[in-house]
Design a binder for this molecule. Structure first.
Ligand code: CO
Length: 209
C-alpha cells in the first residue's frame, strides 16, 4: 500500500474507533467548538500538539509555525490569536517551544537562509535581548536549550503586547503560559513564566486597553 492510501485507510479506522465509543461523535463535533486553550507551537513533525497533551478534537485551538513565533506583523498568527481570544473565548494561551528546534538552531548560525532570514531574525532578536546571559553559557548545547526557553518567553511577551490578551486578562483573567517540550524524554516542561510580573513591567509601554 502506498503512503497516501495508508493515510485514507488510517482515517477509516479512526472513524470506526470514534463511532464505536459514541455513535454521535461526529454529529457532536459538527455542532461547534468551545476550546479552553489556544496552543502556539512549532511546525516540527515530532511535536504533535494533541498527542503530547493527550487532548481530543475540540479541546485546543492550534497554530503552528517554524520556531513557534508570535510575530507582531504576521497576520496569520495575529488572526488566530484574535479569533481564539475574542470569539472562542479561550482562557489559556500557550506558547510551546521544544529542545532540538531546527529554527532556533539555524538562528544561532551565520547562514543565509533565504526567505527564512526575516523569520529567523525574530529569534536573533531574542538572542540580542538576552545576549549577556546566553554568552555566559559556555556549553553550546546548554546555550541552545536556553535560547529555546528564552524564545518561548519572548513570544509570550509578544502575546501580552496585544490588545486581545490585555483585554481578556482584565475581563476574565486569561492566562499566558510558556512551555517547552523535551524531545529526549517526551516531557512537557512548564517554564512557569511570571505572567503577572511581565505584564506589570511592560504595560507602561505596551498598554492598549
Ligand atoms: Co522547532
Amino acid at each position: 500500500m502506498n503512503k497516501i492510501d495508508k493515510i485514507f485507510e488510517n482515517n477509516k479506522k479512526w472513524i470506526a474507533e470514534k463511532l464505536a465509543i459514541n455513535e454521535d461523535y461526529f454529529e457532536n463535533l459538527a455542532k461547534g467548538q468551545q476550546p479552553e486553550f489556544l496552543y502556539i507551537g512549532c511546525s516540527d513533525s515530532r511535536v504533535t500538539a494533541e498527542d503530547l497533551m493527550g487532548v481530543q478534537p475540540g479541546e485546543v485551538f492550534i497554530h503552528r509555525n517554524i520556531a513557534n513565533l508570535v510575530n507582531n506583523v504576521d497576520l496569520n498568527v495575529m488572526s488566530v490569536i484574535n479569533y481564539a481570544i475574542r470569539h472562542l473565548k479561550v482562557n489559556h494561551v500557550v506558547v510551546c517551544g521544544h529542545y532540538n528546534c531546527g529554527g532556533v538552531k539555524a538562528a544561532m548560525q551565520p547562514v543565509d537562509m533565504g526567505i527564512l532570514n526575516p523569520w529567523l531574525r525574530n529569534i536573533r532578536d531574542v538572542y540580542r535581548t538576552h545576549k549577556d546571559e546566553l554568552n555566559n553559557i559556555k556549553d553550546e548545547d546548554a546555550r541552545y536549550k536556553r535560547l529555546v526557553e528564552l524564545n518561548v518567553q519572548e513570544q509570550c511577551v509578544n502575546l501580552i503586547k496585544t490588545a486581545a490578551v490585555q483585554e481578556a486578562y482584565k475581563d476574565r483573567g486569561l492566562m499566558v503560559h510558556g512551555w517547552v517540550f523535551d524531545i529526549h524524554s517526551g516531557k512537557l516542561i512548564d517554564l512557569k513564566i511570571d505572567f503577572d510580573n511581565i505584564l506589570k513591567n511592560i504595560m507602561e509601554i505596551y498598554k492598549l486597553y
